[in-house]
Design a protein around this ligand. Structure first.
Ligand SMILES: Cc1cc2nc3c(=O)[nH]c(=O)nc-3n(C[C@H](O)[C@H](O)[C@H](O)COP(=O)(O)OP(=O)(O)OC[C@H]3O[C@@H](n4cnc5c(N)ncnc54)[C@H](O)[C@@H]3O)c2cc1C
Ligand SMILES: Cc1cc2nc3c(=O)[nH]c(=O)nc-3n(C[C@H](O)[C@H](O)[C@H](O)COP(=O)(O)O)c2cc1C
Length: 767
């Protein structure tokens, strides 16, 4: 094949090498706009996995690269006057310039032509002479932009400013240095990539950058300012730029996240940064570029594979990798963009939060990397959780948490889950067994399902209620059992279905109206949940008074039944959520329009409930922290205001859910997908939160808690199938201080023994 590679970065060069290795008869020319030796950037970091991939693809260049690697293990986080050092991270780095030299030499050796000072214009007719034109022209790819529509390009320009500098100061560890200045926070990511040189990336928010006047400084002035700011880390060494071709403040960039729906158009194929980018804070752009190159060369040289099939395989495999990486890169980028959320943390927790920011590194990964350091974090967590009474080194999920005078034994909760199994609102033996079993399973706190304050406030005919004394008696029996047979506390979730009422039980059709016997529903406005649901009556002030009093009466009945805690359900599009979200609330009176107005009635209900509930017992509110509707609905920023408003009325905990507030929402699902909202509300609103949503492993819970992303962790579906989730986690983590019902002790010790044996066998296999 006759092939042109546009751009002699890692992608273009390594693709040319990989093609020639597979078939020397390919005629390949790499065109590079810059002169030899002129490039941006300093060092790049790799993982062991990438090195193995290079080794398998081309042992010869892999050896030259590996011989020149700088290795280091430690990460130093300088923050708040302390240096927190953790070890076992295992990084490998190399200078970008050196990497390119090695690849150029290897490419030439294999017969690849390289033309420097060759600016390529996508409009040039010469490209049609090639079988393939590889657009390996980097993040600002002209070739990608020329066929933007064909590639389905999606660009997101991120908020922070950064500049990629170098220094002769040799850092012994991967270094993050955070400095608080009168203009705001500014920080450096620094690491050694050669015996005498380190990368030094400076990053800050756009506001801080402008406030410093970096926008008005030339490069020399900006470098001098950074040297002064980071003098104590540089030990007299200077900072250097090799972006001389970028003039003035242009050397400062905003990261651009690129993704493309399609990676080929006509004879042009995208490779590396031209197709996708990953934020520098996860250090994987070069890895992706090199691995793209290997895969593309593999499929193009596989005999019998058509070009179309080759492209399908290339894109399918590489896109998956890119999506995974872009996901964690997004978390990491956002962490730095929202840095001020975490600057009130103590240095140890700040460092933990930084290390786990992308969600690729978890609590147990950190234990493998540096057990002593992680145990220090656990000890710190327990000290804070017990006001210094415990120095325990144990997983955070087992630490107690106090709200008012109620202390939960551990941080795991059974999330509210409608069971649709009551008759006339009365819980029965199913509920008795269901809640009793989940309490004995070890969770610190068990939430009831949404229990409705009136018959017409039910979602379905099977919902539990709290509007008469049959209900009180039935709940009392359950609460009594929980208290007598477990250490769990039990919280009554109270709600009113609003526009989502009068529907079938969950497994007969979500939100589908009853086949017969529908009752009239009411809501903030006369907006139906969906075309098949009935149009609710917009509530009058008299209706609002009546419903508020139903909530207050239910609270008092909850007190009689012996509940430890009350939760107000103001999420998921039910009545109070329907007031909060502009997607349902179309009122023109003082209960609609602005957020202040939309909050008025839910707050009134909550305040009345709080007044009727003992001041030594806690209350929480569940909210949907986003409507998943962009600016048309509740945004996470508004959710902070909502959470703060409830907290100022006496809510001790915000239970942070998301969505289910309008029928057309398109949530972005994934592991722990709602936890970022809990993180935001907790750390911007400075309040206690509970995270929920696809959290299913003990490692998830421990990572969330230690990083300060939530105070409690709720699991719903995992508890449906495993009431003993918490005890199983205790056995798995070899934590012995958890309460086990005495009747079950033998089972617990057998499980712990078996899991330990399994873990040892797996470790032996790995070794
Ligand atoms: C601050 C910062 C730190 C980073 N740190 C790391 C890290 O630690 N680890 C890591 O793996 N990655 C890192 N990256 C990302 C990494 O630099 C890129 O992902 C990687 O270089 C992508 O390789 P590429 O070959 O696709 O593109 P590039 O390396 O950008 O190469 C593209 C080449 O094409 C040339 N070119 C462009 N247009 C034309 C044209 N029209 N005609 C001719 N030539 C053209 C350019 O001059 C360039 O040489 C970092 C990036 C930044 C910005
Ligand atoms: C069967 C079922 C019923 C649910 N009922 C309620 C409910 O009554 N009240 C509520 O706030 N959330 C309810 N939810 C939502 C859960 O509490 C939880 O937020 C959601 O399932 C995400 O957590 P998970 O990924 O751990 O399942 C329900 C979820 C399920 C699976």
């Amino acid at each position: 094949m006759k092939i042109a590679c546009v751009g002699a970065g890692p992608a273009g060069l390594y693709f040319a090498i990989s093609m020639k290795l597979r078939d020397p008869s390919h005629d390949i020319t790499v065109f590079e706009r810059n002169a030899p030796g002129v490039t941006f950037g300093w060092g790049v970091v790799f993982s062991d996995q990438t090195v193995e991939n290079l080794q398998a693809n081309d042992p010869k260049s892999a050896k030259v690269i590996a011989d020149e690697f700088a290795h280091w293990d430690d990460i130093d986080v300088h923050f708040g006057g302390e240096t927190i050092t953790s070890s076992g991270h295992g990084f490998i780095g190399i200078g970008r310039k050196r990497l390119l030299e090695i690849l150029q030499d290897r490419a030439r050796e294999l017969g690849v032509g390289i033309e420097f000072n060759a600016e390529c214009d996508p409009a040039d007719p010469k490209w049609s002479d090639y079988d393939l034109v590889i657009a390996s022209d980097g993040i600002n790819s002209r070739f990608r932009d020329a066929y933007e529509d064909a590639f389905g390009v999606d660009v997101e320009t991120r908020a922070n400013k950064f500049v990629w500098l170098g220094t002769s100061k040799v850092f012994g560890a991967f270094t993050f240095a955070f400095e608080k200045t009168e203009h705001g926070w500014i920080w450096a990511h620094a690491y050694r990539f050669a015996p005498d040189c380190s990368t030094f990336i400076v990053e800050c928010s756009e506001e801080t950058w402008a406030s410093f006047g970096f926008d008005r400084m030339d490069q020399a002035e900006a470098i001098a300012a950074c040297e002064k700011l980071f003098a104590k880390y540089l030990d007299g060494h200077s900072l250097m730029s090799n972006a001389a071709h970028l003039r003035g403040s242009a050397a400062w960039l905003n990261f651009r996240r690129i993704k493309c729906e399609r990676w080929s158009a006509g004879n042009v194929i995208l490779l590396g940064d031209a197709a996708h980018t990953a934020h520098f804070s996860v250090g994987s752009g070069t890895k992706l570029a090199l691995e793209d190159a290997i895969k593309l060369a593999q499929v193009l040289n596989r005999s019998g594979l058509s070009l179309e099939a080759a492209m399908d395989e290339y894109v399918a495999e590489r896109n998956l990798e890119v999506l995974k990486l872009q996901n964690s890169a997004r978390n990491s980028t956002e962490w730095f963009e929202t840095l001020e959320r975490y600057t009130h943390f103590e240095p140890l927790q700040f460092a933990y939060s930084l290390l786990t920011r992308s969600q690729r590194i978890s609590h147990e990964n950190l234990r493998l990397r540096d057990r002593a350091w992680l145990e220090g974090v656990e000890r710190w967590f327990w000290q804070r959780a017990t006001d210094g009474r415990s120095n325990k080194t144990a997983p955070p999920m087992f630490a107690p948490f106090k709200m008012r005078e109620m202390t939960v034994e551990n941080r795991i909760t059974v999330s509210p889950m409608a069971m649709y199994s009551a008759v006339d609102g009365t819980p029965n033996d199913f509920h008795f067994v269901h809640y009793g079993e989940r309490a004995m399973g070890g969770a610190g706190l068990v939430f009831t399902e949404m229990t409705c304050v009136s018959p017409e406030g039910r979602i379905s005919p099977g919902c539990t209620g709290m509007w008469n004394y049959d209900h009180v008696a039935a709940w009392k029996r359950i609460v009594h059992f929980v208290h007598a047979n477990s250490k769990a506390k039990i919280c009554l979730q109270l709600g009113h279905s609003g526009a989502k009422g009068s529907t079938r039980v969950g497994w007969e059709g979500d939100n589908m109206p009853l086949v017969d016997g529908n009752w009239p529903v009411m809501a903030a406005s006369d907006v139906a949940w969906s075309p098949v649901n009935q149009v609710p009556l917009a509530m009058t002030r008299a209706d609002m008074d009546a419903v508020r009093e139903q909530f207050v009466a239910a609270v008092q009945m909850g007190l009689h039944a012996g509940f430890d805690m009350i939760e107000l359900h103001a999420a998921h599009g039910y009545l109070l959520s329907g007031f909060l979200t502009p997607l349902q609330n179309r009122r023109t009176d003082e209960y609609g329009g602005s957020l202040e107005n939309r909050l008025r009635y839910p707050l009134e209900v909550f305040a009345a409930m709080r007044a009727g509930w003992p001041s030594d017992r806690p209350m929480s509110v569940r909210i949907s922290a986003t409507d998943w509707a962009g600016d048309n609905g509740i945004t996470p920023d508004e959710a902070v205001e909502i959470a703060e408003a409830f907290a100022s009325e006496g809510a001790d905990l915000i239970d942070v859910s998301a969505g289910q507030t309008w029928a057309g929402a398109q949530p972005v699902y994934g592991r722990m997908f709602q936890t970022p909202f809990s993180d935001k509300l907790r750390n911007e609103g400075k309040l206690a939160t509970m995270a929920v949503g696809n959290i299913y492993e003990p490692d998830h819970a421990n990572s969330i808690l230690a990083a300060g992303r939530a105070d409690l962790v709720a699991l719903a579906r995992p508890h449906l199938i495993d009431p003993f989730w918490t005890l199983r986690a205790a056995a798995q983590l070899d934590y012995r201080d958890v309460h086990v019902p005495p009747q079950y002790l033998n089972g617990m010790s057998q499980l712990a023994r078996n899991l330990k044996r399994e873990a040892e066998a797996a470790a032996a296999l790995r070794a």
